[in-house]
Design a protein around this ligand. Structure first.
Ligand SMILES: CC(C)(COP(=O)(O)OP(=O)(O)OC[C@H]1O[C@@H](n2cnc3c(N)ncnc32)[C@H](O)[C@@H]1OP(=O)(O)O)[C@@H](O)C(=O)NCCC(=O)NCCS
Length: 167
């Protein structure tokens, strides 16, 4: 993914590097996502899915110095021609600015560029904010997995979207 800048939000979007991982793990821990941890992200960055790992950074260096540099991230994987969205999270203080939408659209475009024909994900049934984000990006409900999550036990909703091949 090429670096782009949103002049309104002052956020840049780019591929994740190992220098981002301490903050990525910090955001993961604050977001109550299923835990990957530093080593798992690092290992994923060494493989073929590294172009499907992206971060949103604060572009305003003054603001970045006052807060944290990485505002959010997304991690996906290409498996047998399908794109699987694994984790997406935005720091709570930067939520509601369109960062999650931009990260998701970015990774869907990267997946289409790699000739993925559909994207899939699962989420906690009670995660209405994430469900709204996914629906906004075209995902439709695909099924439900009973008691899929632990700590706390909760059903998973599965969602999918067809992808158009990029030129
Ligand atoms: C889900 C998450 C990534 C959304 O990031 P975000 O940057 O706030 O998302 P956006 O600002 O792009 O909002 C996209 C849409 O999501 C929905 N949304 C976002 N926050 C919401 C909230 N608190 N309640 C309800 N809907 C919400 C809205 O439909 C919004 O679209 P709109 O602004 O046009 O109304 C963020 O809430 C988050 O990090 N949550 C914790 C981690 C998580 O649950 N990840 C998903 C795991 S499957």
């Amino acid at each position: 993914m090429e670096i782009t800048t949103d002049p309104v939000q002052m956020i840049t979007f780019s591929n994740m590097t190992e220098h981002d991982l301490l903050e990525v793990v910090e955001i993961e821990e604050q977001s109550a996502l299923s835990r990957w941890g530093w080593a798992a992200y690092y290992a994923e960055l060494q493989g073929i899915n590294k172009s499907l790992m992206m971060v949103a950074r604060l572009a305003d260096q003054a603001e970045a110095a006052k807060t944290n540099r990485v505002a959010g991230y997304i991690v996906a994987r290409l498996t047998a021609g399908d794109l699987h969205i694994n984790n997406v999270a935005v720091r709570s203080e930067f939520q509601g600015r369109g960062i999650g939408t931009a990260l998701l659209r970015g990774v869907l475009a990267a997946g289409a560029h790699l000739r993925a024909t559909a994207a899939f994900l699962e989420l906690r049934a009670g995660n209405t904010a994430a469900q709204a984000l996914y629906e906004k990006c075209g995902f439709l409900p695909a099924g439900r997995r009973r008691n899929y999550y632990s700590n706390p036990v909760e059903d998973a909703l599965t969602m999918s979207v067809k992808l158009k091949a990029s030129p």
